[in-house]
Design a protein around this ligand. Sequence first.
Ligand code: NAP
Length: 491
Amino acid sequence: MISSADEKRVLDLVPTQLYIAGKWQDAEGGKKFAVQDPATSETLLEVADASYADGQKALAAAAEAQDSWSKTAPRERAEMLRRAFEKLLELSDEFAILMSLEMGKPFAEAKGELAYGAEFLRWFSEEAVRINGRYQTAPDGKNRLMVLKRPVGPALLITPWNFPLAMATRKIGPAIAAGCTSILKPAALTPLTSLLFAKVLEDVGVPAGVVNVIPTTSAGEVTSPIIKDSRLRKLSFTGSTPVGKMLLRDASEQVLRTSMELGGNAPFLVFEDADVDKAVDGAMLAKLRNMGEACTAANRFIVHESVAEEFSTKLAERFGALKVSRGVADGANIGPLIDQKSRQAVHALVEDAKAKGAKVLLGGEVPDGPGYFYPPTVLASVPESCEILSNEIFGPVAPICTFKTEDEAVAMANNTEYGLVAYAFTKDLNRGLRLAERLETGMFGLNTGLVSNPAGPFGGVKQSGLGREGSLEGIEEYLETVYVGIADPTA
Ligand code: NAP
């Protein structure tokens, strides 16, 4: 059981100032902002609110530290990451309580994020010492070709509120491993986890200026001048597609290297030959992880008409058995949504579907009381014209529609400007492989509702983004390639 004394002890651990050039410091003019508990709307802590000038200080610190940091031994960088990984595990309850408090996710899920987030540090500690180049003879047997990898340089890392730790470690891990300095701008709704993580990095010996953390309520004012400054060499953003597009416009000024992890609209296909119980298990994970507030959340259940009723009934039964409560409460399965605006947006999608003829099997009403809770909701027979099928829901709502043929299912799945992840349940392996070739997606879960894994290349196609995080590809985002043409040394 997590007591209020536990909550207080964890909040007391969190530094509330900006972390720039290895120093904890107030924002210019002493500005602060409040961070709320979305389950109660009460203030958890106030933290320093970075201004344009603070952003510039952070950029100067990152730029100044870049040269010496890029010269550190890969093994040294690897061992720092390894120590940070171990420290996160030591503090796993503390981080999980903190994430649960500021973001709302159930404690058990927060522990899952801790394990997932920490793993990026271990993974990239292992990758830091495997940054390879190559040397080869040209096809005509004359010149030699050498290919070097070097750190791209100072990076601006902008993260969303839904995975406050993992989105930071997925960027800071490879940046540190590659030899890049960075400036982290966490979401204003959830800066506390990033600040505590910065403390961990400081404690394990990451040098001053290598990682700078600047929470702010003026995201555009602070980051736009940094993005346009030639000292910055890389932007890695995780967030919504509209904000990503805006940042890409800023980044075009100096043709900045960018990684963009944007929104999704994941289809979840259930074929007539699927094991329906396993598909329901997969749906629970794919839909309800983080209360549906995940870019990988199943957004459209596209189910063969012969199994649609069984799937919908079983899903509604499972959804109905979940405990909705504050994330730190015992046995919580579903916490609050992040804020009132998000809850209103989810409910508007449900109302639109209802008005257009969708059948409510469960939920669909905003509860009374404090916090931004929304009940697990299942909608069946959702007509194609409903907004909920084309918008990212970001809530615990499962809209179900049906198909007759595989071609129809693929066409429905691909009928979106997004392409982050797709899921399918079928016992036919050939069909599974055909889907892997035909679905317009960066990631595909075949008979599983969970694809996120630090060893897998995470990322999307179409308007879901550019680049990949994690896996072998993840470190490449922070490296540039230099080719050296060499005259034939034997001539
Ligand atoms: P968001 O509104 O786009 O915000 C993401 C980050 O961008 C936050 O730190 C935000 O700061 C910042 N930001 C907003 N406006 C900005 C501007 N003008 N200039 C610079 N930075 C700006 O997204 P969100 O609501 O936090 O997160 C949900 C979205 O993220 C969903 O669309 C989800 O699919 C996507 N997501 C994608 C992935 C992936 O890997 N593909 C993973 C997780 C989430 P403020 O907090 O101050 O607004």
